[in-house]
Design a protein around this ligand. Structure first.
Ligand code: EPU
Length: 345
């Protein structure tokens, strides 16, 4: 094909690319056609190419929230758009634009080095910046959606680049407009609004405990405390394959919560929207005796029952069979349905 002198380099295309190192479960998956996207300018051409081949496609970020089959048919877009840039800064806030391919944890560390605190509660969450808004990542009382001003994305339905405001994104607990419309948007850039009036958010029990003797922690103190808690509770995907919490914390009516409390006095729950309570799925699974259990190559993590792990050689099928066992037992015991959190591709 003839290219104009200033045309961007095309996205690198690799057939049958192994994805074992690109999904945190460490499943042995192969992408039939993998496009490495390093620039926004490549997207229209990549999609035209995919259209021409009449095949399906999906986007893969850090692979930390997906369950991959052995053969991923069609095209897989590996998002590797990098870079971060301060757009504006006034006495109230800073607008920070970040490429979708930047590592989430690296961004959190960078914001602290550059005196832009606010994301420290979300330290050590695996994955990329572009993937963070899809499931509205959250931890220790903070969700990413709160800090997002707007998002730039390619809308494959309208075949054009769009800007979605925070309101357009419809962020909710582990949910967003992107998650509700899978395979429509390709997030290219996330623009954060970081307020200048920083306040420590350490009311989440695990974090509060770390600061029982320091009521005035710095953003760096919180960053280190979150890293410490996560390292103790959650398995390092480089050592043992996992996608963090495998199920969402289920939301039940106040009435159902009251009824459960009568039978299970130690039931763990949090306040949620009026009329509802959020139950700790980890507690429910733990009560069913699954913690530390193995089923062939996969199992339930020994320190946190909400995390399913691949001990090595496991497959998507193995994990989904284990998940079904857990869902059935939790439903039989508590009458509560558990929703799987990662995307099943
Ligand atoms: N619990 C048990 N047994 C267990 C696990 C938990 O009894 O095996 C109880 C704990 O005692 C605790 C409660 O359940 O009282 C909640 O556990 P934890 O504090 O570990 O938090 P979580 O609800 O399991 C959520 C998020 C995590 C996030 C943490 C901290 C979801 C689905 N998960 O976990 O997010 O890091 O809170 O804010 O909302 C992720 O999404 O991948 C993730 C790790």
């Amino acid at each position: 094909m003839n290219r104009a002198p200033n045309a961007p380099l095309p996205a690198k295309l690799t057939p049958n690319l192994g994805l074992k190192m690109r999904n945190t479960f460490g499943f042995d998956a192969t992408a039939e056609l993998a496009y490495e996207v390093t620039s926004t300018n490549q997207i229209a051409e990549v999609l035209a190419d995919i259209n021409h081949q009449k095949t399906s496609w999906r986007v893969l970020g850090g692979g930390s929230n997906v369950i991959l089959p052995q053969k991923l048919r069609g095209a897989t877009l590996l998002m590797n758009i990098l870079g971060q840039e301060i757009l504006t800064s006034d006495e109230n806030s800073t607008l920070l634009a970040v490429g979708a391919g930047v590592s989430w944890h690296d961004l959190v560390a960078w914001t602290l080095e550059n005196d832009l605190p606010g994301l420290e509660n979300l330290a050590l969450i695996p994955g990329t910046v572009g993937a963070a808004p899809i499931q509205n990542i959250g931890a220790y009382g903070v969700e990413v959606g709160e800090s997002i001003a707007y998002i730039e994305a390619y809308d494959s339905k309208e075949q054009t680049f769009v800007t979605l405001t925070k309101e357009d994104c419809q962020f909710a607990y582990r949910d967003s407009y992107f998650k509700q419309h899978p395979n429509r948007f390709i997030v290219t850039k996330v623009v954060f609004k970081i307020p200048k009036d920083w306040e420590a958010r350490i009311y989440y029990a695990d974090l509060a405990k770390q600061f029982s003797e320091n009521s005035n922690p710095s953003p760096e103190d919180i960053f280190l405390a979150v890293c410490k808690i996560r390292t103790q509770k959650l398995p390092d995907p480089k050592v043992i394959g996992n996608t963090g919490s495998f199920f969402q914390n289920p939301i039940v009516s106040n009435e159902q919560h009251e009824t459960l409390l009568k039978s299970y006095a130690s039931l763990v729950s949090y306040p949620d929207a009026p009329g509802t309570r959020k139950l700790a799925a980890g507690w429910l699974i733990d009560q069913c005796g699954f913690k530390g259990q193995r089923m062939g190559s996969v199992g339930v993590y020994e320190n946190q029952a909400l995390v399913l792990v691949n001990h090595g050689g496991g497959t998507a099928q193995d994990i989904l069979s284990l998940a079904k066992c857990i869902q059935d037992k939790v439903r039989a015991e508590f009458g509560v349905s558990l929703q799987i959190e990662p995307n099943i591709l």
